[in-house]
Design a protein around this ligand. Structure first.
Ligand code: NAD
Length: 375
């Protein structure tokens, strides 16, 4: 199979879907690997490193015109005409973008969106949401520490004692857990909130305090369990009580990292404008959900996608592609996810084989034979 890897064209997308490590493995399986010149540069991978791994360097048309195209993000309108009808695309293709999927179908592509893989043990090694959210959680804390004008750890010096930073994490999925672990390593005092009670133990095992909001009705208890490991929208009664508990912590916080998401829906509003107003000057919010909340905000309505703004003396970071700021490791992990997924769709002869009996393949398949096949 001819496998092509173009340079990502989305503004700010520094990642690449193949690394020399994965190129070498694909080559050893008998595939031809064609990488667009410079495709890995933004992730610190040179063309020479790809060549040493057995890949050929080509132009955009050569990479996009391959039988199997490995991408980080969906092909853009300018890339689509260069993809061959009948070719296969694997990437983070956004399963909730109905229009984008229609375009892939119209271009006669077989496409797989890796974000749609189930959160099961077997799918773990190809779970791009986890590999990239982990990086986002880490980088969010790094960016907060950079903007915050005080120390994270408690320090006792000859010139006096400095208090540890108080960090509040809202949403404790993969990104939130890594944010807790990273802030802990820096010496912060951490509290965290999530709708799912199952995360309490994980929060505590990382040395943070869980903000308990008891469930009072059967409806609240049932919603809190979520579905497939993901959160479901919570009843307003619980959200109101959570808001009151979170508001108390927000007023005391030096740094907030918010990561709360509900798949396929707008991100919930957890830090209102009034709460931001109650915060100390110099505090920092990193809103990982920026751009995914109502009206383009995030978990905080004052967040602005891809901007750093200062509102009421609080710095609000709305970076929407944190993994791209850790491009080398983000690409390494993503490329391994892709390689593991390919094992499910390429047979021993190296040809495409779409086995719909396989739950991971069936979940990731977005388009085939000119139609949208999303489950
Ligand atoms: P996500 O990015 O969809 O959401 C982030 C977090 O926001 C979630 O923990 C969610 O519960 C929380 N949230 C939603 N609404 C909220 C609100 N109103 N207030 C506070 N928090 C709110 O989540 P994710 O990081 O993709 O992880 C989802 C789940 O899948 C986690 O339990 C994770 O551990 C699990 N997971 C399982 C596997 C596996 O078993 N193989 C792999 C990866 C993740």
């Amino acid at each position: 199979m001819q496998i092509g890897v173009p340079t990502e064209t989305l503004v700010g997308e520094t990642r690449v879907a193949l690394t020399p490590e994965t190129a070498k493995k694909l080559k050893s399986q008998g595939h031809t690997v064609r990488v667009q010149a410079g495709a890995g540069l933004a992730a610190s991978v040179t063309d020479e490193a790809y060549v040493a791994a057995g890949a050929e360097i080509t132009d955009a048309a050569g990479a996009l015109g391959s039988d199997l195209v490995l991408k980080v993000r969906s092909p853009s309108a300018s890339e689509l005409p260069s993809l061959k009808p009948g070719a296969t695309v694997v990437g983070m293709l956004n399963p909730f973008d109905a229009e984008g999927l229609q375009q892939l179908a119209a271009a006669q592509l077989t496409s797989f969106a890796l974000e749609a893989a189930p959160r099961t043990t077997r799918a773990q090694s190809m779970d791009v949401l986890s590999s990239q959210a982990n990086i986002a959680g880490y980088k969010a804390v790094m960016m907060a520490a950079d903007k915050y004008q005080r120390f994270f750890p408690m320090l006792m010096t000859a010139a006096g004692t400095v208090k540890a930073a108080r960090v509040v994490i809202l949403g404790v999925g993969v990104a939130g857990l890594q944010a807790i672990a990273t802030a802990k390593r820096l010496g912060a005092v951490i509290e965290a909130s999530d709708v799912r009670p199952s995360v309490k133990e994980q929060v505590e095992s990382l040395g943070a305090k869980f903000i308990d909001v008891p469930y009072e009705t059967d409806e609240e208890k049932e919603a809190a369990v979520g579905v497939g490991g993901y959160a479901k929208p919570m009843p307003q009664s619980w959200l109101d009580r959570q808001k009151a508990e979170v508001a108390k912590r927000v007023a005391q916080a030096d740094v907030i990292i918010s990561t709360a998401l509900i798949p396929g829906r707008a991100a919930p509003t957890l830090i209102t404008a009034e709460m931001v107003q109650s915060m100390k000057p110099g505090s920092v919010i990193v809103d990982i959900a920026a751009g995914k909340g109502p009206n383009g905000g995030g978990n905080c309505p004052l967040s602005e996608a891809d901007k750093i703004v200062v509102k009421h003396g609080v710095t609000i970071i709305g970076e929407t592609n944190l993994p791209a700021l850790v491009a080398a490791d983000a690409s390494s992990l993503y490329a391994r996810n892709v390689l593991d997924f390919l094992k499910l769709v390429l047979n021993k002869e190296g040809a495409l084989h779409v086995d719909l009996e396989d739950d991971i393949v069936a979940a990731c398949l977005m388009t085939q034979g000119g139609a949208v096949r999303r489950k």
